[in-house]
Every structure is written in structure tokens, then in C-alpha cells.
Ligand binder design. Sequence first.
Ligand code: HMH
Length: 208
Amino acid sequence: MSITCADLTKKYPHEWEQATVHPFLDQCADGSIQPQQFQTWLVQDYHFVTDFTRLLAKTLATAPVAHFDVLLSGLHALQDELNWFRVKAAERGLTLDVERQEACTRYCTWMQQWSEQAYAVQATAVWAIELAYNQGWQRPGPMKVPYAEFAERWGNTLFTEYVKQLEQQADEALAAASPDIQADAEAAFKEVALQEKSFWQMAFTQGA
Ligand code: HMH
């Protein structure tokens, strides 16, 4: 029996909750987040997404051709997303040319290392990273302006559908993977959960 994505969220409910439920998101929902906190997240997440784009590109490079459609649609969406981040930063008068904070560097370094792993591991990591934002931005419910736009980006039904497709593909890859590779995929899932939590924490403790 191979492990599936659904098994992973069931096996680590506490870790996953900490990755997707955070006062940062609750305070975006009720509008009480401080601009300094939100801006820190915005700028650091832009840098995260640049490296996530590289991870997805490397994942595509090792994927079976039957998985190209979904991954290419993801890369296309990231093109739009990176441009959108630049617009959101400009609207707030923020420069993106800032140093990465420690939690951001750690997460990005980890992604670079894991992009050398087997496809099943990469596919699991990509799914978990996208699911974290899909659930995280949805869970608090409707958000106040100007945060509604951010909740919509990762919470919308098309993105939810994309995450389900990533799950299907990761499950397929896991079903064909050796027990060692499945264990690496499980470790990748746990790592994503930990890194997501500390990324929220990084933004939240800025100017709080
Ligand atoms: C930290 N995790 C983080 N940032 C993101 N933008 C996503 C996941 C989803 O792409």
C-alpha cells in the first residue's frame, strides 16, 4: 500500500493546522493586521514565489509528459502571480529589493535542496505548498479590503481545482514510488508544514 496525500494530512493534523491557521490570517480577515506585518509578508512572499517558480520548473523537468498540462498551467499562473506581486508592492510604495529574512531564506534553501529529489517527492512538496495557501487563505472566511484580494488569489475555486489536480498527480507518482521515496515524500510534507508556520510567524512578529 502506498501513501497518499490524504494520508499525510490525516497523519499530521497538528503540524498541518499550524501551517494553515495563524493569527496573521485571522487578522487579515478582521482587518486588524498592521501594515508593517502585511508588508513584510508581501515582500518576503514575492521572494519565496520566485524560488517556488524554480522548484516547479525543476519538477516539470522530471515529470511524466502526462503531467505536463497541470504543471504548465501552474507555471503560467506563476507568471501572472509574480507580476501581480510587483503591482501590489508598487501600490504600497514598497521596494522588492530587500534582503530575505531568515525564515524565507531557510524555506527557499530547502526548496532548492529538495528539487534534486525524485519526482514523487517534488510533486508532493509542490502540492503541499499550494494546499497550505489554498486552505490557509480560505479558513478564516471572507476577508476585509484590501486583504480580500489576497484571500481570493489562493482561495478561489479554480485554484482549489488546481490543488486537487496536483494531489492526483502526486498520488500517482507516490503509487509508483519505492518505500524509500515515499518516506522522503512524507518528510517533505512535514518540512513544508514546519516552514509554513515559521513563515507566518516571521511576518507576524514584524512591527507587532
Ligand atoms: C510561504 N507558501 C508560501 N507562499 C506562497 N505563496 C505559497 C505557499 C503558495 O504559492
